[in-house]
Design a binder for this molecule. Sequence first.
Ligand code: C2E
Ligand code: CA
Ligand code: CA
Length: 689
Amino acid sequence: MSLSSLKHIIQNRESLTWRQGLRVMAAALLVGAFIFVFEMLFVVQTLRDDTRDLQGQVLNLAESPATNAAWHLDNGMADSMLEGLLAIDTVKSGRIVLADGVLQAEVTKERNFVPSMVDRYFHFLFADLDHVSRQLLAPDWSSSPAEREVIADLYIEFDTLKTSRRFVKLIGVGFWSSIIRSFLLALVLGIVFHRFLTRPIMKIGENLKKVDPGSLDFKYIPNAQGHEKGELFSLVCYFNDMLHRLATTQQNLRRMATRDPLTKLPNRALIHEELGSNIRRSLYNQRQFALLFMDLDRFKYVNDTLGHVAGDELLCELAERFRTQLPASIRVGRLGGDEFVFIVEKFDNHTALIGIVEDILSLVKTPVKLNELSIEPCASIGIAIYPDDGKDIEQLMRHADIAMYCAKANSAEQYTFFEAAMIKSSEARFQIENCLHFALENNEMMLYVQPKVKAGNRKLDGCEILLRWRLNGQVISPATFIPIAEETHLIVPIGFWLIEEVCKLVRKWLDWGIEIKVALNVSPRQLECGEFISTLKNILSRYPECTSMLEFEITESTLMTNLEAKLRIIKELRALGISVAIDDFGTGYSSLAYLRRLQLDTLKIDQSFVSDIPYDIAIPASIIELAKQLGLKTVAEGVENQDQFNWLTRKGCDLIQGYLIGRPVSVEDFEEEFLKQDKRTTNSTLIVD
Ligand code: C2E
Ligand code: CA
Ligand code: CA
């Protein structure tokens, strides 16, 4: 036992060694006390027996000379015999009394010690042994003792305090030896137990204290020395077993807390942690790193139309591609939903980073088979670079997110680097999103109308209803708020409100006797909402006379996904009597096969092709040709000048829409400008110079 551990044991009264020592000591003392009591009883008995033996021997020794002295009445002899007895230590006095009662001789000895209190206390044990006497018989050896005459009595007194004193001495020795024996026993047992039990237990405890089952390379505790078998060995085994389970649970917990359960990629918490260490490394190495924020395009649509299982499958497939096909130095994680992040630590320059971003995008774009359908996923990526675009995790994440939103808003770009100016536009977007929730309630949505004329006679043939939002006295363009309304699904209630408003308008014009086709734009989100047809029927049931006046403009890109469902809806629309136009035609990838199956009414040539007329006419020419072959009407939108008008008319385009004919205006202005001049005639002629 080292000095320090001894000190520790002494100071720590709660220590096992200390408490065990005290108990061993108490037990040893108790056992010692029992043994001591028995020893003492034995000593008393022995002392009494010895005293009796001695007294018998003294009587035997004195009997013969005393009988002689009494028989011959020789007082001198009697005296010297008694004097001789006094030489025996414990003999206090002696006397011979003759048969006639005369005292022949008597001797007494002074006590040569002073008895202590203790001697007197224990005197009762021996007090009854204080004297002996014997009758002295006439020396007539021929007769038997019973027949012989008693000639005198011999009395001998003993000092039993001396025996008591001897006893006290013996118990003193017995008492102390018993105490010392108990103490030594306790000490020896204490050391033995400490070395054999307490120390190994303490060692196990110390080893246990050092173990951190949360760390990945934790070590099991070793066996206690000298306990390769037995209870302590079992104890160590139990502990190790428990540690193993604890470590497994802890690791599972950590995995659960830091992994996204669906894709098993690092989750937001772990990504934050890793960004923290990236920032520290970056500060140390003076190197940049990039954070890429990726959001899938139209993921909501996959979920809604193909189901959540397919959506999950898509996410897992992408996660697997990232995990297996990207270099290990690129850390990838999923923040939730369809948002992924990538931490790119090593890139030589801007161009190299763009190369990595494009690699990621091409990984995303590889088609995935979901429910027997081949989907080509698409994504937008925002890029923020540490430390230029953000000094801490929060800022970096926010700025990468903003850049991603800008990439999403700008359909031409699939990735965008963060720029400080984006913050303002993202704040504005957030404000718009907030206000849009109350736009209908606050009566802020307005209908604008743009005329369509027949190419041949320039007579008003129809119009397109375009939404405007008046917010705080400012008119917000649908190009700004429609994408937000679509993203937030607010387009669904706005869309139904618009249909009802258009019906009211058509009814009013019908009442005026004006029958013109009124086109309105229908967003893919509206078509995808489950109750589109039923709600539409419900609205139309209140305006039955309006149905044939309506034309729904559906963009070509809307048809690119989930075609079968869209075909069903278009069929139902046409069955109701509503015309259907394909808006922005030419920008998508419509195949002839489905155009034939769609049973459409109109193709609207996208304004980007119209603006190229008359320099680049290949596309508008083939669209008009195609429409003719399919028996569809054509509308050219965005017609701004006479050359375009003339070319389109020559080519046989049916209807013209654009600033050349008229800009979108409020309903009142439209009525004032195009309808009121002749409310009763169906076709107003618009003179275009
Ligand atoms: P769109 O359906 O292609 O509508 C035509 C857009 O071209 C309109 O923009 C219109 O004002 C504009 N335009 C018309 N003639 C000319 C022209 O000669 N030159 C030029 N440069 N532009 C012309 P607007 O009103 O800003 O609407 C933008 C888009 O917002 C629409 O494109 C449509 O996709 C969407 N939108 C508008 N109203 C609604 C609506 O009620 N519902 C839905 N779902 N989308 C709507
Ligand atoms: Ca349109
Ligand atoms: Ca259009």
